[in-house]
Design a protein around this ligand. Structure first.
Ligand SMILES: *Cc1c(COP(=O)(O)O)cnc(C)c1O
Length: 463
């Protein structure tokens, strides 16, 4: 009998090219953090050691994708790379029509403009920053219809991204289906901690929407990770491939907006994919105004080729197992030290519960913003706030929105960091946790008009 009872997974690739990382001193970081107004978005990346700000556009491309970059067909119109992307989107997501956009928010802009009229309500399973803002700029009001468990960082519900059918039905009854342009479903739900929706829930949402003649548009940004979590957590899916589950998930919706910068392993790119020929016609006409011709949508041919190839790699079970496996590794190591994190562990990031770090800080002292700054000061590791700063101000009252979740996101770029980098991250987070009592919070010194988390500035509370 062998003494080994299990086989670890390992990354299904090897490293061919490296980029040096710079370690900095505490005093260097203190200056950099002050210069950046205690906002990790405003740091220079040269001052960052391990960059867990986002998994957006930060993936490592494969040799095959880089080879594709050399095959960019930079024709103004009708680029062969567009047709390749269109073919792959049809095959793996299953939608009929494709409009490339420079990134996800370009697609959100087009969809919101086409379908939302002032006075309408857009139900969604928790908001995403750019998605909600585009809905609001088009005159709509976002209505959160996610299940209550999503707002509870301690709930172990396996599908915290699920739509609460009761909440959705209430809204339909209250405002009438004519006032609902579509139901906006994200898979996975970023702001809830990368939490998935279940196939069962999606089927129920579909049948409720069919009864009322409502469309469903998917935010497919991390739908491949959602498909993997369905495979792992939902009964009856263990034997099916991620590609197969993804197809079924998308088949329950009428189209999607997509940020290729996440699942699709590229540094830039996105698309709008549709089944409705009338919406497609309008989007094809509008994309020319805001992004570019409908066969490039603000992307170079080479970018579309990299995304077409990235898509094929992204749906491989081996890839996605290692990608989510890395996230789980980081989360499980933090749990060994009783660090408060959102559970279950999601698909793309670990979310630290800043309220659990700093129960002594009022939400007006920006506990998550503070925690992100403390981690950077300790080790040069960059994370991001997902709490009161990201939630922004209420459209009507102008007051802060006070979300229940006050989180810091440690986001894992795909195929970029090793297990040793994650170990260093664990050591830093535990150090900051052990010194949590010393921390006094921040106050805001500058606030921009839109999506304030990107550019607002802070200073430490003294005394
Ligand atoms: C990143 C993201 C978007 C917006 O995509 P961009 O490519 O950044 O414009 C939309 N929805 C979700 C869930 C995202 O994570």
């Amino acid at each position: 009998m062998s003494r080994i009872t299990r086989r670890s997974w390992a990354e299904p690739y090897k490293i061919k090219m490296v980029e040096p990382l710079l370690r900095t001193t505490r005093s260097h970081r203190a200056k950099a953090m002050a210069d950046a107004g205690y906002n990790t978005f405003l740091l220079h990346s040269d001052d960052v050691y391990i960059d867990l700000l986002t998994d957006s556009g930060t993936s490592a491309m494969s040799d095959n994708q880089w080879a594709g970059m050399m095959l960019g067909d930079e024709a103004y119109s009708g680029s062969r790379n567009f047709y390749h992307l269109e073919e792959n989107v049809r095959q793996y997501y299953g939608y009929k029509y494709l409009i490339p956009t420079h990134q996800g928010r370009g697609a959100e802009h087009l969809l919101s403009r086409i379908l939302i009229r002032p006075g309408m309500f857009v139900p969604g399973n928790m908001y995403f920053t750019t998605t909600r803002l585009h809905q609001e700029l088009a005159g709509g009001t976002f209505v959160d219809v996610i299940i209550d468990e999503a707002h509870d960082p301690a709930s172990l519900h396996p599908f915290k991204g699920n739509v609460d059918l009761g909440k959705l039905e209430d809204l339909i009854r209250r405002v009438g289906p004519d006032k609902i342009p579509y139901v906006s479903v994200a898979a996975t739900v970023n702001m809830a901690g990368g939490q998935p929706v279940s196939m069962e829930n999606m089927r129920e949402v579909r049948s409720l929407c069919d009864r009322h003649g409502l469309k469903i548009y998917l935010d497919a940004t991390r739908a491949i990770e959602n498909a993997w979590l369905i495979k792992c957590r939902e009964e009856g899916f263990a034997h099916r491939s991620v590609a197969d589950i993804l197809r079924e998930l998308c088949s329950l919706t009428d189209g999607c907006t997509m940020s290729g910068k996440k699942d699709l392993l590229v540094n830039i790119g996105g698309f709008l994919a549709l089944n409705d020929p009338a919406v497609f016609e309008e989007a094809r006409s509008l994309v020319v105004v805001y992004e570019g011709m409908h066969t490039y949508g603000g992307l170079a041919g080479r970018d579309m080729e990299a995304m077409a190839r990235g898509l094929v790699e992204a749906v491989q079970d081996d890839h996605i197992a290692a990608r989510v496996g890395q996230v789980e590794y980081l989360g499980n190591r933090l749990l060994e030290y009783d660090i408060p994190i959102v559970r279950p562990i999601g698909g793309h990031a670990i979310f630290l519960d800043a309220r659990g770090f700093y129960p002594h800080l009022e939400q007006d002292l920006f506990p998550a913003q503070t925690l992100a700054a403390e981690i950077y000061l300790d080790s040069g590791i960059r994370s991001m706030e997902r709490g009161i700063v990201s939630a922004g101000r209420d459209e009507k009252t102008g007051q802060h929105r006070y979300p229940r979740l006050e989180l810091v996101r440690l986001t894992i770029p795909r195929r970029v960091y090793t297990q040793a980098h994650l170990d260093v991250t664990v050591e830093s987070v535990v150090t900051v946790f052990d010194e949590r009592h010393k921390v006094k919070g921040l106050h805001m010194t500058f606030e921009p008009k839109y999506l304030r988390f990107f550019q607002s500035r802070f200073a430490p509370v003294s005394g």
